[in-house]
Design a protein around this ligand. Structure first.
Ligand code: ADP
Ligand code: G3P
Length: 497
């Protein structure tokens, strides 16, 4: 057996495969973007075949770049965009529909109906989540309601369902393994996080046949082995976690009270609450941080749907920048005298507002407003939203968030300007680690420690290394004025329902 670890990071906009050596150093990266499909306003889909091909291609690229063979890899760790759901045929492995992506709002009405019927408390108590279209449950119900004959076929055991990890493992193992891990299960709206099992009552409410769901495993576990025909030899899959939980692990947030915030397409702040399942009174999510050796560690999570996506909008939507990395430079040129706010509710608002019907808005525009003010407003919106999450966490977890440094990662943290503004707005230090592939690192640690080639959590935590700390420098008066302006902008953007 080799000593290298391969992480597959299947994200919202691209798939990545990363080879790490036994010292946890990145040796090679394969990356491929795939198309986003927007069939209607607020709808977002992915072609599961495009995802599958991108994963196989990036694994091959990473192995080639690292000059390694499949037999050199000790284990694979998989991490993935969460909540996105696929239904496929057990015999052929073919999906019956495109994957419905976490950002998709098509089940907003279904969620409203369920809430009106009085079901929200049961969902919240058992899953730690809210009745929002974000989660997999109502998306799966929609597929069963909409694709002809799907529910009957699912009842007969002909169709299987799963989040992206589950679909990939099914394909990687040539149909030998229909499994998922506890973190991915905790995002489905039908998994009881206190009892650690699929919940019969919730499945019944959504009319989802239990037979189509995967077996739920620990995050470091035996998930099956890859079909030798794919990469030349069978490789064991020993680690799986949803990408935000994998980033929590990769940032070594193993102690209660530690927080990481990841800035990819969206932004997800996760606070480790230890073995205690903390219930939020401020509309945050209770979720599973990880489950190791049968022991569950819980977290409070704040989920923002648009972070790096606001930078993509600057680049692809209004075309004021040519590349994402130009956004900070442009924002730095903005006129201090103009107070321009962007509330990027392009797909509604997530925590703590949970308003699927809100849509984006800008405030404070004048004749002088130009590209620089748009760029600053987009980057600042990410900082303001993070502040809202940390405020909510602080209330739920009794002052813990206020006393903690924020560990950050994800594509957007490459921007020094955005990170400095984040520290200024949240009024706390922001730590950027040396390894920015934190999500992949977390998945690799799960697989590597299970395979016995990587160290335990304590040693892994010791190796976490700081690249740069951003300290807040903004004047108190300016921060207060800006935060007040933001709150006002959000109030005016929320839908009236
Ligand atoms: N230098 C930068 N400044 C600001 N935003 C950036 C920068 N580089 C990348 N981004 C943003 O980061 C996001 C990509 O991050 P990534 O972690 O790869 O996301 P995902 O896993 O959601 O696909 C994109 O939305 C992009 O606009
Ligand atoms: O693909 P990312 O990094 O934007 O993460 C997506 C989240 O898992 C959605 O919950």
């Amino acid at each position: 057996m080799g000593s290298f670890i391969l992480a597959i990071d299947q994200g919202t906009t691209s798939s990545r495969a990363i080879v790490f050596d036994a010292d946890m150093t990145v040796m090679a990266v394969g990356q491929q973007e795939f198309p986003q499909i927007y069939p209607a306003s607020g709808w977002v889909e992915h072609d599961p075949e495009a995802i599958w091909h991108s994963v196989v291609a990036t694994v091959k690229t990473a192995l080639k770049k690292a000059k390694l063979k499949a037999a050199d890899i000790a284990a694979i760790g998989i991490t993935n965009q969460r909540e996105t759901v696929v239904v496929w045929d057990r015999e052929t492995g073919e999906p019956i529909h495109n994957a419905i992506v976490w950002q998709d709002r098509r089940t907003a009405q279904m969620c409203q109906k369920l809430a009106k019927a009085g079901h929200e408390p049961a969902f919240a108590k058992k899953t730690g989540l809210l009745l929002d279209p974000y989660f997999s449950g109502t998306k799966l119900a929609w597929l069963l309601d909409t694709v002809k004959g799907a529910r009957k076929r699912a009842e007969k055991g002909e169709l299987l369902a799963g989040t992206i990890d589950s679909f990939l493992i099914w394909r990687l193992t040539a149909g030998a393994s229909h499994v998922t891990d506890a973190t991915n299960a905790s995002r489905t709206l039908v998994y009881n996080i206190a009892k650690n099992r699929w919940d019969a009552e919730l499945l019944d409410i959504l009319d989802i046949p239990a037979a189509m769901l995967p077996q739920v495993k620990d995050c470091a576990d035996d998930f099956g082995a890859t079909d030798p025909a794919l990469f030349g030899a069978a490789i064991p899959i020993l680690g799986v976690a949803g990408d935000q939980q994998a980033a929590t692990i990769g940032q070594a947030c193993f102690e209660p009270g530690m927080i990481k915030s990841t800035y990819g397409t969206g932004c997800f702040a996760v606070l480790n609450t230890g073995e205690e399942l903390v219930r939020s009174k401020n509309r945050l999510l209770s979720t599973i941080a990880y489950r190791l050796d049968g022991k569950t560690t819980y977290a409070l999570e704040g989920s923002i749907f648009v972070a790096g996506a606001a930078v993509q909008w600057l680049r692809d939507g209004i075309k004021v920048i040519g590349k994402a990395e130009h956004s900070g430079e442009l924002a730095a040129q903005a006129d201090d005298g103009q107070e321009v706010y962007l509330v990027p509710a392009f797909v509604g608002l997530g925590a703590p507002h949970w308003d699927p019907d809100a849509r984006g808005a800008m405030f404070g525009l004048t004749r002088n407003t130009g590209p620089a003010e748009f760029a600053r407003a987009a980057l600042e919106s990410v900082a303001f939203q993070t502040r809202d999450l940390l405020d909510a966490m602080d209330k739920d977890a009794k002052g813990v968030a206020a006393s903690t440094v924020l560990r950050v990662d994800g594509g957007m943290v490459a921007s020094d300007w955005a990170m400095q503004r984040l520290a200024d707005i949240i009024d706390a230090p922001v730590d950027r680690p040396k390894i920015l592939e934190t999500t992949a690192l977390g998945a690799a640690w799960l697989a590597g420690s299970k395979a016995g080639v990587w160290p335990d959590a304590t040693e892994f935590s010791r190796k976490w290394a700081l690249d740069r700390r951003f300290e807040p420098v903004m004047e108190v008066v300016e921060r207060k004025r800006k935060v007040k302006g933001w709150k006002d902008a959000v109030r005016r953007t929320l839908s009236s329902r």
